[in-house]
Design a protein around this ligand. Sequence first.
Ligand code: NAD
Ligand code: IPM
Ligand code: MG
Length: 368
Amino acid sequence: MANPSLLILAGDGIGPEVMAEVKKIIGWFGTRRGVTFDVSEDLVGGCAYDAHGTPLTDATMAKAQEVDAVLLGAVGGPKYDSLDFSVKPERGLLRLRKEMDLYANLRPAQCFDALADFSSLKKDVVAGLDIMIVRELTSGVYFGEPRGIFTEGNERVGINTQRYTESEIARVSRSAFELARKRNNKVCSMEKANVMESGVLWRQVVQEVHDREYPDVELSHMYADAGAMQLTRWPKQFDVIVTDNLFGDLLSDLAAMLTGSLGMLPSASLGAPMANGRPKALYEPVHGSAPDIAGQGKANPIACILSFAMALRYSFDMGEDATRVEKAVEKVLADGLRTADLMGPEGGSPVSTSAMGDAIIAALDASL
Ligand SMILES: NC(=O)c1ccc[n+]([C@@H]2O[C@H](COP(=O)([O-])OP(=O)(O)OC[C@H]3O[C@@H](n4cnc5c(N)ncnc54)[C@H](O)[C@@H]3O)[C@@H](O)[C@H]2O)c1
Ligand SMILES: CC(C)[C@H](C(=O)O)[C@@H](O)C(=O)O
Ligand SMILES: [Mg+2]
């Protein structure tokens, strides 16, 4: 059987720095576990714009469609902020999500015991936290038409359109219900049905899919603003949260801070199964290119490493090895290793990006 194939798109800023640590782990699986991945690499985001004048070439897009899974670092940076919207680094990532039809974005927020003290919330609020945000990723206000900046009378008007079809809502809610069945069997759906028609439809369709196909799962509905409040008040009331593209973007950054740092949160973006039965898939940390710390060896590689663990679980049916990587991360944190983002205001001696990666490799070695 052919080796599993990966396309690495490290991107900009800290993207290549955190991805370097994932490459070490991919290498470790080859030498220590006899699992060899066929890895190719390419450009996305600002670096692709610099090389080709576009944040994602058609050739790279075609490669992404062919591989078993794409691993992405991060895109963007101040150098590109004034570019036209059509060639901004972020457009490269949005094109990948849209053309691969990666409609279900899984963003788990787990608080490792060793970091429970570090969260900006009280320890008992976050200790043992394990929630999963399922964010719709290919539609909503990110992609709705009309959009643009127009002139009306003597002033400019900026327009974006929130648009959801019934089938788009139904498919992502199925992903959430399926995940809930493997977890604690609870789904909370978040929208703004009190002010948006798209929210009314969202609530109706999620309820219908539930009643027809998943009556065994406990379902609740919440307005997204109240959901944000509840996520900070008592996040452990949630198991799986399903929400739209924009609310999911906001709520997942909020959830990141429950775990201690944006540098901790991984994600999997999944689409329909391919001919080989594996889902179309892209794995990336939730954080961005962190221009403020790029090039200094300060970035926390854990979000990117845990994203690779998600690839092992969701693309390669290697759940035990995914757990092995997650346990290795847990071990180094329990041993007290911290990158700078995991240091409190009182400071301490942070380890570098590569030292964190090396320690995780050592913990993986010890797990054999
Ligand atoms: N998926 C992506 O590629 C992605 C996601 C979010 C933002 N972005 C882009 O990244 C650029 C910067 O955006 P931003 O500053 O709003 O968000 P960001 O996530 O890049 O950074 C926010 C803050 O978190 C810190 N941080 C983020 N990741 C970290 C890590 N792994 N280790 C330690 N600290 C970390 C940063 O130093 C910064 O202080 C923008 O161009 C934005 O569009 C890209
Ligand atoms: C970089 C940007 C396009 C992206 C988004 O808004 O979806 C990011 O914030 C994320 O959370 O993945
Ligand atoms: Mg975001």
